[in-house]
Design a binder for this molecule. Structure first.
Ligand code: CO8
Length: 381
């Protein structure tokens, strides 16, 4: 059995950022227009009037101040309220593959490696651009690899940690020398920008993690242990799928995504329930895994947590460290990036791990829809 190490991580950040103030101004203009257009139905009690969103609420409830998106104009255009990503021909790279390849190249460069050193690409993200060919195979082609394999996998917010465990297991079994786990997240495409409860939550990004057989290089992070968990919950859903059109009765030609403020073909959640249920689930999971690895709280240098809500993260970190925890213990990137689904804990690790010394230990931890959670304990080499 060969040990797998994390050799490097990579990050691609979109060029456009939307502040809470810009987002709320667009939503409130949309809500005013909606209420005007539906004044009669609202007066008759057939429709509920939309209430304004607020930048203060967003920052206080979640810690989010802004988010990056692949297209800003389309999201803020109140007659559209979704990114404008024009269709590409079959001969052009898919946008998901393109941004994933950017992050993958960044990881390779930081590790001093080339695509020739890599045997596998796992695209692990919360939504794939299409059913086939796999986005991962396109990333493989974009990197110029004429060998190896690629496949896609989806465990929503936990896709990256699940992908890392799969990669580490394949490396340990001798099936690959190195594998890139790539998480391109265009969450702006499946977020309902007309829904006040969730319009502020997500942002776009791409990350990559290069895992490699330990003896093939120097530096990086040893994986001390990884663990995956899923437990069914209806509190976070996206019902978009290939069978949607078959669910319609003959003659029912309503559009699949009708863009209404509550559209279940897009992301929906019971945020408060998620908060209450996931905090203990994840805290217990990390503490149990620490016990099994023989790690005491004071041996933990840092936790790189899924980036959904700053208050959630501070509560989880407090349970892990057994004391009040702050940004040094549990770094935050969601203020700038918002929730980037599977990429969040990887961005936190990417941006806030260079200062750790050889022997320092921490955990990369994802959690979210499913419910799903993954812990990857690491030690700096
Ligand atoms: N502006 C002003 N007021 C608002 C707004 C708004 N935008 N939204 C809600 N309110 C109001 C509500 O109407 C309510 O008012 P009242 O008390 O009068 O009824 C009040 O604020 C409180 O509402 P909530 O209870 O909903 O608000 P919370 O305090 O719970 O905060 C959060 C909402 C921030 C969503 C919080 O619940 C949270 O962060 N929960 C955890 C969420 C979480 O971890 N989710 C996991 C997400 S899943 C994931 O990460 C990946 C999924 C796959 C990717 C999908 C990509 C699209």
């Amino acid at each position: 059995m060969s040990e797998a190490v994390i050799r490097a991580t990579g990050l691609w950040t979109p060029p456009h950022s939307i502040s809470n103030e810009e987002l709320v101004a667009a939503y409130n203009a949309y809500a005013e227009r909606y209420n005007g257009e539906h004044a009669d139905e609202i007066a008759r009690g057939e429709l509920e009037a939309l209430t304004p969103s607020s930048a203060e609420f967003i920052e206080k409830a979640s810690g989010i101040k802004s988010r990056f998106v692949v297209d800003k104009d389309g999201v803020l255009d109140i007659t559209r309220m979704m990114p404008n990503i024009p269709e590409r021909s079959n001969d052009e790279p898919a946008i998901l593959a393109e941004i994933g390849a950017h992050a993958a190249r960044d990881a390779l460069e930081r590790a001093g490696k080339t695509p020739a050193d890599v045997d596998g690409i796992i695209v692990a993200a919360s939504n794939m651009q299409r059913a086939y060919p796999a986005v991962a195979i396109e990333v493989q082609q974009l990197l110029g690899m004429e060998h190896g394999f690629g496949f896609d996998m989806n465990v929503a917010c936990s896709s990256a940690t699940f992908g890392m465990q799969a990669a580490a297991d394949m490396i340990a079994a001798g099936n690959a020398r190195a594998i890139l786990v790539v998480s391109p997240e265009i969450t702006s495409g499946h977020l309902n920008w007309r829904d006040r409860d969730s319009h502020f939550i997500f942002g776009d990004v791409a990350t990559a993690v290069l895992l490699e057989r330990a003896e093939l290089g120097d530096g990086g992070w040893r994986i001390i242990g990884s663990r995956l968990k899923t437990q069914f919950s209806n509190n976070i859903r996206n019902n978009f799928g290939f069978l949607n059109r078959t669910e319609r009765a003959t003659g029912d030609n309503r559009p699949l995504q009708n863009g209404s403020p509550k559209d279940d073909r897009l992301f929906v959640q019971e945020g408060r329930k998620v908060f209450k249920e996931v905090v203990p689930m994840v805290s217990d999971m990390i503490r149990e895994h620490m016990d099994d690895l023989g790690l005491e709280p004071d041996q933990m240098r840092r936790v790189w947590l899924h980036q959904a809500n700053i208050n959630m993260n501070l509560m989880i970190a407090k349970k892990v460290f057994g004391r009040e925890a702050g940004g040094e213990d549990a770094p935050t990137i969601l203020d700038e990036y918002a929730n980037t689904s599977s990429a969040g804990s990887i961005i936190a690790f990417h941006k806030h791990s260079d200062d750790l010394k050889s022997g320092d230990k921490g955990v990369i931890c994802s959690f979210g829809a499913g419910y799903s959670a993954g812990t990857v304990f690491v030690e700096k080499l």
